[in-house]
Ligand binder design. Sequence first.
Ligand code: GAL
Length: 412
Amino acid sequence: MKATVLTASTLALIAGAALAEPKAEVLHWWTSGGEAKSVAVLQQEFADKGGVWTDMPVAGGGGDAAMTALRARVLSGNAPTAVQLKGPAIQEWYEEGVLADISDVAEAQGWADVLPASIAGHMKCEGTWCAAPVNVHRVDWIWANAEVLAANDIEMPTTWEEFNAAAEKLQAAGIIPLAHGGQAWQDATVFEAVALGILGADGFKKAFVDLDEATLTSPEMVQVFDQMRTLRGYVDPNFPGRDWNLATAMVMNGEAAFQIMGDWAKGEFLAAGKTPGEDFLCASVPGDGFLYNVDSFAMFDVSGDDAKAGQELLAELIVGPSFQKVFNLNKGSIPVRTDVSLEEFDMCAKLSSEDMTASADNGSLLPSYAHGMALRGAQSGAITDVVTQHFNSDMSSEDAVQALAAAVANSL
Ligand code: GAL
């Protein structure tokens, strides 16, 4: 009798582990129209496989607020199961000893064979897989309202001189040239796009990857700040604090002509039913190169079979070909997997993919500093502080480059 009871409970235990109900509390900052539509794809796939998703959205483009919420949760010993996390922040959290190892899923699914090596590198922590990549966003884009440009006889600019000339013309016609939201991460996004064009790929790498002092204080960096000052003259007086998606909406409804923003802006245009090439135009910012921003999810070390099953299922779905296609069609980015066809993707996505391949070949494929791909938090934060301070004051470009070099030196 006793033996029977033992056997039954042992069986129950085994069955319990095998039939764990995948559960995940997911912290992310995808709350705009296009973003919410995209994350819903993952929620649906997770639910279809029997998963129970607890949503923890923390509004705030660029994820600064989400990262503050994450720190509070981890400090209180109650980390979420899965977290939208990217770039060197993944390794920073790994060093804190709080990330789970997802190598089993990565190896079973052969991630090494379907991900570009440079991107796979961001997902590894001391040889183990510690994050699952979602997409490749390009940061250095200019978006425009097609009708506004046509009505004012303006072509998509290919140099900053052309951009400035177009902006002057638009301003004279009573149109806001540049839709911008005055939040530090948006200032940084515009700044790095301008910097790529003016410094070139080598200069960008020296400045924002190697933190080379001579480049940070160079005459070219002075020019970057000069162009930022010029751009400041093209935004409307209500720009402070505006969310990025509201800036995109200004371009959509013709209130403004241009926005300099990563291709998550395309997700907003698409969610509003707009068509690239007809309603809106996309072009890379003047100059060569490609600034990449790869969204990814890291799993935190949590206990319980359900949570672990949830993490495995999420990792598997995220890198799976079906999610990679549908999510990225909505999000504005391109799949991170090299084996997903772009046939159903639009002209901007195809341009992104071609430029990414060409940049990888000629050494101008670069990590975005503004979106946490190039530097650790202390360094990128120090740079952004100066960029924002300059944009919101009458600081000279010469003073800005000195402040930049000093802030970087202090952050090391
Ligand atoms: C980026 C993120 C994108 C997009 C954007 C605005 O940092 O990588 O996925 O959501 O912020 O929130």
